[in-house]
Design a protein around this ligand. Structure first.
Ligand SMILES: NC(=O)c1ccc[n+]([C@@H]2O[C@H](COP(=O)([O-])OP(=O)(O)OC[C@H]3O[C@@H](n4cnc5c(N)ncnc54)[C@H](O)[C@@H]3O)[C@@H](O)[C@H]2O)c1
Length: 286
């Protein structure tokens, strides 16, 4: 039997928010598996950097500067990719974002921004991609949701509702698209080191330039996450490339946590001595 390998030669992928963080890692993982890759990102330098990296890897690349909160831009990125490469096999709906505020303090325009960013962008790109995948004889869609889609998320109510909506869209479309050979899955990260998590919203997305986490943050994550550390962007990127590949040929309609065990933990955290406890045994972790 051949050695199992993520092989995407001849495939074309589009990654939304592909210039930084999990999206960038997904674009690089897809390219290293052999795919040609397009990204859409709001930051032009990040598009340029990613195109240069993918080109160095010997794959074709396309950077589209645009904002997926505009549904026409999200759908347009799909059409531009398919026109440029002649096909579309893989869509990674990664772009998303959140700001913290209690629900009672949110105004309708705040709801709308979260919905446009986390839900409508996904619907627009997915809807545009399906006809191209049907034409190609099949495809793979990977949605990046969040652990917050599956539990209460105080201060992140609308974001969590959108991500939960995407998880159920994933299940529903797995059935609706199965006859076309299109598989659709979600990955659900917990804290993962990315430019967004580090508060870097412009400029380079190169992880080697990010500041080191404070000792306090490291300790917080050690206590809260069973594996004791934040996720690394390429761990999510590799999972996305796997789900896009023939190795995942029997996987559709799933929500895969990539969270160091947080979801399994269900509220258990380490105390200062490393013993697993449930609140109210908890002393402050800050
Ligand atoms: N990092 C985490 O801890 C974490 C945890 C759970 C879920 N997620 C989800 O993972 C996804 C990626 O998160 P990340 O932390 O890698 O993000 P990030 O902010 O680090 O990077 C996102 C990239 O998308 C681009 N972008 C932002 N808004 C855009 C828009 N409107 N249109 C086009 N491009 C846009 C940014 O320029 C950036 O390059 C999001 O959907 C997020 O909700 C992240």
């Amino acid at each position: 039997m051949a050695k199992p390998e993520i092989a995407l030669d001849g495939k074309v992928a589009l990654v939304t928010g592909g210039g930084g963080g999990i999206g960038r890692a997904a674009a690089l993982a897809l390219a290293s598996a052999g795919a040609d890759v397009a990204i859409i990102d709001v930051i032009p330098e990040r598009c340029d950097e990613l195109v240069a990296r993918v080109t160095e890897m010997g794959r074709r690349a396309l950077g589209i500067t645009g904002n997926v909160m505009d549904r026409d831009a999200a759908a347009g990125a799909v059409e531009t990719t398919a026109a440029h490469f002649g096909r579309l096999d893989i869509l990674v709906n990664n772009a998303g974002g959140v700001s913290w505020r209690p629900f009672v303090d949110l105004k309708p325009q705040n709801w709308q921004r979260h919905i446009d960013m986390n839900l409508i962008s996904n619907l627009a790109a997915t809807s545009a991609a399906i006809p191209h995948m049907i034409k190609a004889g099949g495809g793979a869609i990977i949605n990046v949701t969040s652990i917050e889609a599956s539990r209460a998320a105080p201060g992140y109510a609308v974001y969590a509702a959108c991500k939960a909506g995407i998880n159920n869209l994933t299940r529903t479309l797995a059935l609706e698209l199965s006859d076309h050979g299109i598989r659709i899955n979600s990955i659900a990260p917990d804290s993962t080191d990315t430019p967004g998590m580090k508060g870097i919203f412009t400029g380079s997305a190169d992880p080697s330039r990010w500041p080191e986490a404070t000792p306090q943050r490291k300790e917080t994550l050690r206590r809260r996450i069973p594996l004791g550390r934040p996720g690394i962007d390429h761990e999510s990127g590799t999972l996305i490339a796997f789900l896009a590949s023939p190795l995942a040929s029997y996987i559709t309609g799933t929500i895969i946590p990539i969270d160091g065990g947080t979801w399994a933990g269900g509220g258990w955290i380490r105390d200062a001595g490393g013993k697993w406890v449930l609140p109210p045994d908890l002393t402050s972790i800050d």
